[in-house]
Design a protein around this ligand. Sequence first.
Ligand code: ATP
Length: 323
Amino acid sequence: MPRINTLGVLTSGGDAPGMNAAIRAVVRTAKYYDMKVMGIRKGFEGLIHGDIFEMSARDVSDIMHRGGTILQTARSTEFKQIEGVRRAVSTSKYFGIEGIVVIGGDGSFRGARDLCTEGLPAVGIPGTIDNDISCTEYSIGFDTAINTAKEAVDKIRDTATSHERCNIIKVMGRASGNIAINVGIATGAEAVLIPEKEIDFTRDIAEPISLGKKRNKKHFIIILAEGVADSGDLEKRIEAEVGLETRTTILGYVQRGGSPTVVDRVFASQMGSYAVELLRDGIGNRIIGVKGGRIYDIDIYEGLDMPKIIRDDLIELSKILSI
Ligand code: ATP
């Protein structure tokens, strides 16, 4: 593949803190190498419909510390059809875009893969608070999201202790328990319920609560990933069957926002810069990830075929430490 002189950049799927730092790194690295950068608004939707503008180094001033994404994001149903992908490729050609950086989750990478198949070289940068992309140990936004959730749980714990209550705290993660398990360990939760593991009410909730009471525990904190169960039903069942006053807090979208942590800013900066260097060298059809703590890249088709890893070690650790 020849060297690329004009590249596009977009953010897609759910937004994540740190996406702006990645956009900034893409734009500034491209400018450093005298390349042209086209910003695409609202993900693949903007690529299909030509919501595209040229970006300068100054367009990304003052954005590093902001959550969200200045390019905005969208979920595009049109792009899931091959006609949508082909339209996106022809719009790219019209704007002179020879290669594209896609910042998003694995759904967005499937879209990026389709662009590659239709002849537009793409490089994916993992940006999702769920950290659920198989081919990378880390995705931008995860550290900020778990720190936000951690702060909320710490506060709830104070009041849970005063009232000797059970608190269910629902965190994000429809199909992934990564946020829940990490927050659970970091806050010393008594139970962590994740979508990857089947739940047995007696084994996972009722018995640990009874044991905790015998051991003089003053509170009981359950971290519930949103994809597992209805928190209202769970709350009623605990009150009815275990006899413990229970309150639920749904953290919701606060986990998506906020100023990105240093970890997110540094990974985003490294990944954004690396993506441009790959395209500049004429290398496309890659996903950037973290492996053994270091930035690496993998073929996009291969990366998307990798099986999801369930961190049984962390699940076990949270159980051991909650006695
Ligand atoms: P998050 O993990 O934050 O939800 P995501 O990137 O996985 O991020 P999705 O909504 O799954 O979010 O995908 C974003 C967009 O990528 C979709 O709206 C769609 O346009 C495109 N996309 C998703 N799945 C596919 C697919 N299988 N083929 C082609 N395009 C896809």
